[in-house]
Design a protein around this ligand. Structure first.
Ligand SMILES: [Mg+2]
Length: 450
């Protein structure tokens, strides 16, 4: 009974069933385009599969493509979502979730691409891409998005050099900085990491989305586009609430739940380096994806590849940054985790019940950054909230520690705005929630007044 009361007070999930909505357009246009690109990528790597696995590799390529073509057809014709059959570590969780979705349908209709929640079916598509490879063992480790992620990294070399230089200059003078100067640099690097989130390949359906300009120089111009800016609350947590003045840094543990590889990941590493070298944090835990995900998301392989590439760069400050990051990983100052929950379709309010081990891990953190749009959608359950609903309400009890979303807006859910702010934006710029032009630094704490 209590459960029913709670359910009734939660808005509907965004879904392609609302014709004309952003969810509808995504499922109708963007997801099939991404599937077509995946099919093309696998096909273009036919020779590589032959070299590595002989005729068996070519047969695997054909079977994977046939499964993906079938998937694209099922998507476009709104067929039921089917149970997974690949029998890997998360298969049961996915199939149980399908049953939960079934229970939510009216008239016993099956869950389907255009009728079920958008968050669920979009995650499911990426998991099905993995299934098509898992079912064809010789090529099961192939990352269909690797080329795009690598390209994004190499095409962003200029800004990467610029921020590595900025970081190394800063590290040289770190001990001489006043509290006010430290705060200034903190805000800059927080914003570099925030705007790094613009570079998302799933939103451009894999099109080039790399960063060209020097990131630190453009921050001032971008400030008006930050719709919610709780940076001062984030700073307050990191300095134990005793700013300004005094040396009362928290020196605790910060977690960063990553979004995209390529340029964005470098901005996150730079920010994490600053947190440690300034003494604001003693430890940073990164959380990435355990499979290729939403085109550009960071996997373990991407994480280590990026650090190796930075170290190997023919640029003094880039290389020095990479060397420092290797040291942080070796001595345990930094660590990387890829819990399978991050690639499930669950709303984060389900984490405590469905992934209690991960929830317990996050409870040990002093501050968790959630990068990007998908994390924001999962934080807010991807529902049709009014723009003035408090962030805490949309979290629906998910509060393992103090947390902060660093997100450029690419999906139509946004809470915690001032009265009239959303309406004004809609009147001026109807696509403000999906263009990636606007951003939020949105904070919530278990101790914050509600
Ligand atoms: Mg992403």
């Amino acid at each position: 009974m209590a459960n029913q009361v709670v359910l009734r007070s939660v808005p509907q999930s965004l879904s392609a069933k609302f014709v004309g909505s952003f969810a509808y357009l995504t499922v109708k246009d963007r997801l099939p385009t991404i599937l077509t690109k995946v099919i093309d990528t696998i096909h273009r790597n036919k020779d590589k599969f032959f070299e590595e696995h002989g005729e068996e590799g070519v047969q695997a390529e054909k079977r994977a493509i046939s499964l993906l073509s079938k998937l694209r057809n099922e998507l476009q014709t709104d067929k039921p979502v089917l149970a997974l059959t690949d029998n890997v570590v998360d298969t049961d969780m996915w199939n149980q979730y399908l049953q939960r979705q079934q229970a939510l349908m009216d008239d016993n209709e099956p869950p389907s691409w255009f009728k079920s929640p958008w968050l669920y079916v979009e995650c499911y598509m990426y998991r099905k891409i993995q299934e098509s490879l898992h079912l064809n063992p010789p090529i099961c480790d192939f990352d269909v998005f690797k080329e795009a992620k690598t390209k994004s990294f190499f095409e962003s070399q200029q800004p990467i050099m610029a921020i590595c230089t900025y970081l190394q200059e800063l590290n040289k003078n770190m001990d001489d900085l006043s509290e006010t100067q430290l705060l200034e640099h903190f805000l800059k690097l927080l914003q570099v990491s925030l705007w790094g989130n613009k570079c998302d390949l799933s939103i451009s359906a894999g099109q080039d989305n790399s960063q060209k300009a020097s990131p630190v120089d453009s921050l001032e111009d971008l400030k008006p586009f930050i719709l919610v800016d709780d940076s001062n609350l984030v700073w307050s947590v990191l300095t134990n609430g005793k700013i300004p003045g005094g040396s009362s840094k928290l020196q605790g543990r910060v977690d960063i739940v990553l979004d995209n590889a390529g340029f964005e990941l470098v901005t996150d590493l730079i920010f994490a380096d600053f947190l440690v070298s300034s003494g604001l944090a003693s430890k940073v835990c990164f959380h990435g994806k355990s499979m290729p995900w939403f085109v550009s998301d960071t996997t373990k392989e991407d994480f280590h590849w990026t650090i190796r590439q930075t170290l190997a760069a023919n640029h003094k400050w880039m290389s020095k940054s990479g060397a420092q990051w290797q040291c942080y990983l070796k001595d345990g100052t930094w660590s990387y985790y890829d819990h399978s929950f991050w690639t499930l379709p669950h709303e984060f309010c389900d984490m405590a019940a469905d992934a209690p081990d991960l929830y317990a891990t996050l409870q040990k953190s002093d501050l968790i950054f959630f990068k990007g749009d998908l994390n924001y959608r999962k934080l807010t359950s991807d529902r049709d909230w009014g723009h003035t609903e408090p962030f805490e309400k949309a979290l629906r009890g998910f509060q393992p520690a103090s947390l902060c979303s660093l997100r450029t807006l690419k999906a139509n859910v946004q809470v915690g705005l001032q009265p009239g702010q959303g309406e004004n934006l809609t009147a001026q710029e109807p696509t403000w929630m999906t263009s990636g032009k606007y951003a939020v630094v949105q904070f919530s704490s278990p101790h914050r007044e509600q």
